[in-house]
Ligand binder design. Sequence first.
Ligand SMILES: [Zn+2]
Length: 181
Amino acid sequence: MKRINPIHLVLVIVLAGSLGCQPEGSAPDHAHGTGSGQHTHQPEGDHEHGTGAGQHTHEKKTPGPNGGRLIASVSPQVEFLVKEDRHVQLTFVDSALKPIDVPEATVSLIGGDRQAPSELGFQVSGTVLISEGALPEGNVVPVILSFQIPPASDPIVERFNVDFSICSECKLVEYACICGH
Ligand SMILES: [Zn+2]
């Protein structure tokens, strides 16, 4: 068995202490964070929650320009909106959420019951894309949207429920709700 030299051990602790606790200000603030009680000051993990960096917080989401659901996983971003005739309107927007012209894109939607799903294509109509058919019946319609921008690129797939009930907080339809719940 290897015997640990006590002096060596002390040195390690002192070193670890001085490295781990760089004085950032006069009073080191380790109170926020996980509250594990240990004097751990991990440079990354400590700041994941609650510092308002905006990445992992459940703040209000941004509504689309027409009150629809903003899909930010694609570039340019696109607003998903169901019109009164249940046709889907896709409005592409810039970073300031201003509508822009429809880019070269292939978009398809599969919606409704898994047993008998409807597949909808889209056509350019002015400055938006409009689905060639209507969404299937129902107050909650699961959809899978596939975006290829430009058309030959790898598809980006977005799945969500088109829930037509009204959110009691923001008064938007649930599929476009911005409350983050
Ligand atoms: Zn809401």
